[in-house]
Write a protein that binds this ligand. Structure first.
Ligand code: ACM
Ligand code: ZN
Length: 713
């Protein structure tokens, strides 16, 4: 709490209002003071403190006279937190309105009998006067206070709920306990600008309407056909059912009569021109929600946006009596900035259970990502069972005969199909010519070093990690015959892809020069360097991949003069690579290590679990720009971007979550949202709600919220 900055106000002779300005980034103390000026005089003395409600920062005003106390919240989540913590009155910070054209208002009033009688409409008007001025629609609150004043306590609840519910689709919960009337209005959100829509990645066009849409147990999901739309409608139904307790029917348009406030799907090829193959529209109005797109992928993303328009508790997984589910009236039209929106995950250095991979894919889907770059093999391990090559996993998947594991063909099929259902392509990476020890130990005939691991030594992780000088031998035809079989198996297991990733990175210098066969081959073919031999190797890979219907994708080391244009490059290491690749005619995916390598520390190394190197905080990750350093005329070759989690120092799913989130969320926004709309302050603010989504998804994460220390490790 910053108690240095404070302001004093109040008429001469009266006790001042003291506000500790804890919302420095919002200039909120001034805004709050303005809003409360009238009411504050009545309250005589108010002390404003910063408090933390379930992680949501808010200001609390405690009155010495009337018994009214308030928490002034700068966003909806804060108000919910305040309400949950039993704070008496919470109202939004008008600074949010002033700065962003947004009002997220939540009010909780809890007054005992005498205060109820004393409170006048004028009092209420003073308290909320600024809101009325700024937002005439809030006259509905007057209605609330009028009813309040006449004191028909038992009726208030119903009348108030009914009215607010009908007019604004708020999220009221109320009860009468003994002589105390308790009113909770949480979820009244009047939204007039994009920042109020707490969707990550931030949608590219948002027009806010008036009022809200409230889901009803008598709503229906309207979808037609038997294809993707119906399946997606079913997913929406599942997504909504656990937390709302409503089991909404999925009905055809001609069977929609009799249901209230429907959620309607529409697919129309004509929108291809404006929405492309992944864009969508969501129109939420008090009478219903329309989700439309030119493709199933677009409809799926519309559902993801709809889900995030609800409070994070939509993912909580159980229902609560009396809870209402409202979203702001809004029109969203959204098209991604890039076509390649990916996350890479290394399950070679440390095995991650299939269940974790499915949760990982769920989060990719939530973030509208469409590529899972699966680094399933490396020097340390080979982790996919290929029926015709059982030797690869027999020793290659285990340390000490116990640690490790591999994915069966059925696991892979399940993962690929689960991802496909969520419009995510799994891009397999088969590492070569280096980072392949685990595989080459069982195929020494394909390596320069011809190592087999002596019995007993295979089992130590060090054996796999340290000797990085085992390489495929590019000078031997057996190598290419084997690679052909390997690629064929991968193509069968990962059938959907345009690309196959064949590594290409970090061949230790000398690997080939020290091999008699390679030296001979280089001499015969007048190759002066290992780099030239790698060109030859890469050219052979391109031909094999093409014979299996795949384009080659590789780390930036495959880039060289004369690389066929068809091959695409993942830039990660040097700032110039993306520009060089695009300049030489190649498509490129940006995986800038300085911002997107999620194995980096994300804070003071003294305070963080052991990580590989560097520091990349959430804010630094958010500075990622997929086209940084790429001249405008070449940017069309940048397919997009991705993050990468290498797991040498990530021993399991718990730490994987800690490294992945929320930095991966930041990268997701940078590959979906147009750069001009990406704003760190908004992202940081919206992340507050998103942490709860991660919690409900059962994922570990680093908690960057204030007062949370350095989070869970
Ligand atoms: C890499 O970091 N070796 C791609
Ligand atoms: Zn060799």
């Amino acid at each position: 709490m910053d108690d240095k900055a404070f302001m004093a106000d109040g008429a001469a002779g009266e006790a001042p209002i003291i506000m500790l300005d804890d919302f420095s980034s919002y200039d909120s103390a001034a805004s709050v003071k303005a809003a409360y000026r009238g009411g504050a005089a009545e309250m005589k003395t108010a002390i404003v403190k910063s408090v933390d409600y379930d992680g949501c920062r808010a200001m609390r005003i405690e009155s010495t006279r009337s018994g009214m106390a308030a928490a002034v919240c700068r966003r909806f989540d804060n108000a919910l937190g305040a309400a949950a913590a039993g704070v008496t009155v919470a109202a939004a910070d008008p600074g949010v309105l002033l700065r962003n054209g947004v009002l997220e208002l939540a009010v909780r009033a809890e007054l005992d009998g005498p205060d109820l009688a004393r409170l006048t409409v004028e009092d209420a008007g003073r308290v909320f006067g600024d809101y009325f001025l700024l937002c005439p629609e809030l006259a509905a609150l007057k209605f609330f206070w009028v009813v309040f004043k006449v004191g028909r306590r038992n009726l208030i609840e119903h009348e108030y709920n009914y009215k607010l519910h009908e007019i604004y689709g708020g999220n009221p919960v109320s009860s009468t306990v003994g002589h105390r009337a308790v009113f909770v209005v949480s979820g009244l959100r009047l939204v007039s600008a994009p920042a109020a829509v707490g969707v990550i990645p931030r949608p590219n066009r948002v027009v806010c309407g008036g009022g809200c849409y409230v889901l009803s147990p008598r709503s229906a999901i309207v979808a037609y056909g038997e294809g993707g739309m119906r399946r997606i409608a079913g997913m929406l139904r599942e997504m909504l059912s656990a937390s709302t307790g409503y089991t909404l029917p999925v009905v055809a348009p001609d069977a929609a009569a009799g249901f209230v406030r429907p959620i309607t799907f529409e697919l129309n090829n004509a929108w291809q021109e404006t929405l492309g193959s992944e864009g969508y529209r969501v129109v939420a109005a008090p009478g219903g929600v329309a989700l439309s797109a030119a493709s199933d992928a677009g409809l799926f993303y519309a559902v993801q946006t709809l889900r995030q328009l609800f409070a994070p508790e939509i993912d909580r997984g159980f229902s609560r009596f009396g809870e209402r589910w409202a979203i702001p009236a809004v029109e969203i039209e959204d098209v991604p900035a890039y076509g390649w929106r990916g996350m890479h995950l290394d399950t070679a250095r440390h095995y991650m259970p299939k269940k974790f991979l499915l949760r990982f894919i769920d989060m990719l889907a939530t973030l509208k990502m469409n590529r899972f770059h699966w680094h399933y093999n490396d020097g340390t391990a080979w982790r996919i069972a290929i029926e015709s090559m059982p030797e690869l996993t027999a020793s290659g998947a285990w340390w000490g005969g116990e640690q490790g594991g591999f994915y069966t063909a059925a696991d892979v099929a399940e993962i690929v199909s689960y991802a496909r259902d969520r419009f995510i392509q799994v891009v397999p990476e088969v590492e070569m010519p280096a980072h392949a020890n685990a595989l080459l130990f069982s195929h020494p005939e394909c390596s320069c070093q011809k190592f087999t691991v002596p019995e007993g030594e295979v089992d130590t992780p060090e054996y796999f990690i340290k000797p990085r000088w085992i390489s495929y031998c590019p000078s031997c035809e057996k190598t290419y015959e084997f690679i052909d079989r390997l690629i064929a198996a991968n193509v069968t297991m990962f059938p959907d892809n345009e690309f196959i990733h064949l590594g290409g990175d970090e061949l230790p210098p000398g690997s080939w020069e020290n091999c008699p066969e390679c030296r001979k081959f280089m001499a015969e073919h007048h190759m002066a360097s290992e780099a030239e031999l790698q060109r030859y190797f890469t050219a052979r890979l391109i031909r094999i991949a093409a014979a299996h219907g795949r384009r080659l994708l590789g780390w930036e080391q495959i880039l060289h003069d004369g690389l066929p244009e068809d091959a695409a490059v993942i830039a990660y290491y040097t700032a110039e690579t993306a520009a060089n690749a695009a300049g030489s005619g190649h498509q490129v995916v940006n995986n800038d290590a300085t911002t997107n390598y999620l194995d980096y520390y994300q804070g003071d190394p003294l305070d963080e679990p052991v990580a590989i190197q560097g520091v990349s905080t959430l804010e630094k990750s958010y500075s990622f720009d997929p086209v940084a350093n790429v001249p405008p005329e070449l940017r069309f070759r940048v397919l997009g971007g991705q993050s990468a989690l290498w797991t040498e120092y990530v021993p399991g799913e718990r730490q994987a979550g800690y490294q992945l989130y929320p930095r991966g969320v930041a990268i997701a926004e940078k590959v979906w949202t147009q750069p001009g709309l990406c704003r760190w302050a908004d992202f940081e603010r919206l992340m507050n709600g998103f942490y709860r989504r991660l919690e409900y998804a059962g994922l570990n994460f680093k908690d960057y919220r204030e007062n949370r220390g350095s989070g869970k490790k």
